[in-house]
Every structure is written in structure tokens, then in C-alpha cells.
Design a protein around this ligand. Structure first.
Ligand SMILES: NC(=O)c1ccc[n+]([C@@H]2O[C@H](COP(=O)([O-])OP(=O)(O)OC[C@H]3O[C@@H](n4cnc5c(N)ncnc54)[C@H](O)[C@@H]3O)[C@@H](O)[C@H]2O)c1
Length: 420
């Protein structure tokens, strides 16, 4: 494969403007850039990233590059690439990118192999496709790898499964587990951008609609919160009794998907699970129901099942909307082929929240280099000091000050003798 593979280098000027626009909302990453530029913690380190190719990721890649790393990127989803951003990275930042929005399955994997050909020391994954490909098809490269990082819940689940089976052959830092990542990115980022994706794809009014949210984890509770704010009547489905109870006490109706299926106007899944909306749910839906997913893989809605129960071929009625007709004439609308609707139909998370996620990625890369060969071949948490540092820097950037414990309070909180 050539040195890069993007849709059109002529898109680069527009991409650069967008990358710079995003940088304005990424002050913590900006501070990492200054530090990295002087300290060069990643000098000579080859980093291969399989991430959503967005303006925020471009700023992360640039940060790593300023720290001395040689960075190469491919997409972590066939539909999430911003072609202008990819072009700008190649043209202005000299970062090889292998990603084209809408690439087919074969190209997607050819691009993964292309960034692995770079013989990385660090892998940066969003969904664990690099790690999984390395362990199945490119085992000869594993010896070069010091460690990896993982951005999302689904990737961490896959990696923990590998570690449990004794199959994981290098350490990985679970960036998703950092509190400054999932409490903000998954909740507020996915919450806002998922509604943005649904609205951009359909221009539907949320007010007065019944919005069924599958899951009440970090992403899904963010989606429920934002859909409620737009006037939706929210129904939550869950399998975890604790999460279901939280949803009830947050004021939402909770019921099984088969009940929700017949009353929902808009459906969103964000569970990381398979066939959460299955064929029998699809068969029960109202005419005109809108179905979407914001979980990592396009398995949450049973799309092969939808094809089987519908008549004829689906009709593309809007760029990210396909109409499926059921045998009795009812239609349902599937958004973005069941892939991450916030990245396919909108621009993914706002930069302000990715600021913290990608500050974690940058400091995790630095941490990996500092640790060298000493990390065990398992899934590691981001050290608490990194999390605390990012929270403090973000507050500072937002102009928010907080109190500091007095000596008396520190002593009191550390003691057990004092009562009423
Ligand atoms: N769209 C994005 O940009 C984006 C961002 C971050 C994470 N993600 C992805 O979103 C997914 C969810 O991530 P999270 O951090 O919210 O995970 P989480 O573990 O916090 O929440 C998932 C929830 O789904 C529930 N669930 C599982 N199976 C279910 C089922 N059959 N029906 C109903 N509920 C079910 C679980 O009980 C859990 O409460 C993952 O795939 C993650 O990788 C997407």
C-alpha cells in the first residue's frame, strides 16, 4: 500500500481549519503539547493508532508527534472518518493516514495492516481491532510492542477477555477506565453527539416523542438525559437491576424491550451487547419508527434479521437513513447502517470533552515509555495521579476554583477517634 490512503488531498485546507477550531476547545491537550515539545518523552517511539479520524484525534496525533513520536493512523470504524481531517493530517502534519469514510470491510482491514506495517512500539486502539489483528494475523510484530492503550468500553471488555484467557501478549492501558474519560466522554459526549447525529440524519422533533434508550450505562444515561432535555418521553431498557433502579429513580419508565418496541418512536442502543433490538422487537414496532445505535459495533440491532423480515431492498431516503418495509406495509428507518450514529451522521464528541480523553491517551503513552518492560502483560488502569492531574487542569482551564482541605480537616478525615 502507498504511504497514505485518503479520499482527496484537496480537502486538506478545510480539514486544517476544523482541526484548529477543535484545538481551541482542547486546552488541557494544549498544555501537554507545550510539555511534550520541550521534554520529548516519545522521541523515536512509533505509535500506530486505530481511532476515529476526527479533528480531535488529529490534535491528539499532533500532540504525540510534538512529543517526538512517529505517528500513523487508520480508522476504527468505516463510517466515522472525516475525509477533510484525514487529508489535512497527511498534507500539513505529515502524519500518514489510512482512512476513507465509507470504506468497505476489506479496505478497513487493509488499512489496519498498513499501520501495523509501521512496526509500532505503542498501539492506540478504539475497539481493540489493532490488538486483535496483531494477535491473530501479525504475531511476528508483537515482539516490538512495549504496550497499547484502549479508548472505549467495548475494547476494554475484549481485552479483559483476552487477559482472562491468558491470550494477551503485551500490556494495555485502559484509558476508558480513567474517571476523567468515561464520566465525561461517554456520558456528556455520547449524550450530546448521539442526539446531534439523530437530528442531523432525520431532522426529527424530539419533543413529545417516545425515545427508547437501551442501557443505562455511562453512554446511555447521557443519551437519556439529553433526549429528556429536548422534551422526549424516555423509556429505558436494562439487564442490570442496579442500573435499572437508577433509571427508575432518575424518573424514567423502565420495561423490557419487547414492551418498549411497540410504543417507541425513536430507538437508541448503547450497550456494547449484541441483538439488543432483535427481529421480534423489530416486528413489533410502530410504522415510522427510527432505529439507531451509538454502541461501538454495529451488532446491537439485528440488521441481518431486519433484512430477512422486510420485503424488497431497503430504500435510502436520506444520506444516513434507510427505509425497510415490513410485509404488512409498515416501515422502519435504520440510521447509519446501525453504526455509531454520532460519528457517522454527526461529528462525534465535542472537542471540549475529548480534551480530557486525549490528555489521558497522551499521558498514558508517556507512562508506557517510562515503565518500559516492567508492565505486566495484562490490562492496566490509568494511574490515579494522571486522572487527578487532568481533572485539575480542566477545572483550571474552565476558570473554576475549588476549596483545599485545611490541616484540621485532613486530620479529621484521617481519624477514627472523633465522633459527635
Ligand atoms: N458513540 C460513541 O462515541 C461511544 C463513546 C463511548 C463508548 N461507546 C460505546 O458505547 C457502548 C456502551 O459503553 P458504556 O461506557 O456506556 O458501557 P457501560 O458498561 O457503562 O453500559 C452498558 C450498559 O448496557 C447494559 N446492557 C447490556 N446488555 C443489555 C441489553 N441486552 N439490554 C439493555 N441493556 C443492556 C449494561 O447492563 C450496562 O448498564 C460500548 O460499546 C462503548 O464502546 C460509544
Amino acid at each position: 500500500m502507498a504511504d497514505y490512503d485518503v479520499r482527496d488531498l484537496d480537502l486538506a485546507p478545510g480539514g486544517r481549519r476544523k482541526i484548529e477550531w477543535a484545538a481551541r476547545e482542547m486546552p488541557v491537550l494544549g498544555l501537554m503539547q507545550q510539555q511534550f515539545k520541550t521534554e520529548q518523552p516519545l522521541k523515536g517511539v512509533r505509535v500506530s493508532g486505530c481511532l476515529h479520524i476526527t479533528t480531535e484525534t488529529a490534535n491528539l496525533a499532533h500532540t504525540l508527534q510534538l512529543g517526538g513520536a512517529e505517528v500513523m493512523l487508520c480508522a476504527s470504524n468505516p463510517l466515522s472518518t472525516q475525509d477533510d481531517t484525514a487529508a489535512a493530517l497527511v498534507h500539513y502534519y505529515e502524519i500518514p493516514v489510512f482512512a476513507i469514510k465509507g470504506e468497505d470491510h476489506q479496505t478497513y482491514y487493509e488499512h489496519i495492516h498498513a499501520v501495523l506495517d509501521h512496526k509500532p512500539h505503542i498501539t492506540m486502539d478504539d475497539g481493540a481491532d489493532l490488538v486483535s489483528t496483531l494477535h491473530q494475523d501479525r504475531t511476528e510484530l508483537i515482539g516490538n510492542i512495549v504496550a497499547g492503550t484502549e479508548e472505549t468500553t467495548t475494547g476494554v471488555i475484549r481485552l479483559r477477555a483476552m487477559a482472562k484467557d491468558g491470550a494477551l501478549r503485551f500490556p494495555v492501558v485502559a484509558v476508558n477506565d480513567a474517571l476523567t474519560k468515561h464520566l465525561f466522554d461517554n456520558r456528556y459526549g455520547t449524550g450530546q453527539s448521539t442526539l446531534d447525529g439523530i437530528i442531523r440524519a432525520t431532522n426529527t422533533l424530539i419533543a413529545g416523542k417516545t425515545v427508547v434508550v437501551a442501557g443505562y450505562g455511562w453512554c446511555s444515561r447521557g443519551i437519556a438525559m439529553r433526549a429528556k432535555g429536548l422534551g422526549g418521553n424516555i423509556v429505558v431498557t436494562e439487564v442490570d437491576p442496579l442500573k435499572a433502579l437508577e433509571a427508575v429513580m432518575d424518573g424514567f419508565r423502565v420495561m423490557p424491550m419487547i414492551e418498549a418496541a411497540s410504543i417507541g418512536d425513536i430507538f437508541v442502543t448503547a450497550t456494547g451487547d449484541i441483538n439488543v433490538i432483535d427481529t421480534h422487537h423489530l416486528e413489533a414496532m410502530k410504522d415510522g419508527a427510527i432505529i439507531s445505535n451509538s454502541g461501538h459495533f454495529n451488532v446491537e440491532i439485528n440488521i441481518p434479521g431486519l433484512r430477512e423480515i422486510s420485503t424488497g431492498d431497503p430504500r435510502r431516503v436520506q444520506p444516513f437513513v434507510e427505509e425497510y418495509t415490513l410485509p404488512d406495509g409498515r416501515v422502519v428507518f435504520l440510521l447509519a447502517d446501525g453504526r455509531l450514529v454520532n460519528l457517522a451522521a454527526a461529528e462525534g464528541h465535542p472537542a471540549s470533552v475529548m480534551d480530557m480523553s486525549f490528555a489521558n491517551q497522551s499521558l498514558a503513552a508517556e507512562y508506557i515509555v517510562q515503565q518500559g518492560d516492567s508492565l505486566e502483560k495484562t490490562v492496566h488502569s490509568v494511574p490515579k495521579e494522571i486522572d487527578d492531574r487532568i481533572a485539575r487542569l480542566k477545572l483550571q482551564a474552565l476558570g473554576v476554583e475549588i476549596d483545599v482541605l485545611t490541616d484540621e480537616q485532613e486530620r479529621y478525615l484521617a481519624s477514627w477517634q472523633e465522633g459527635t
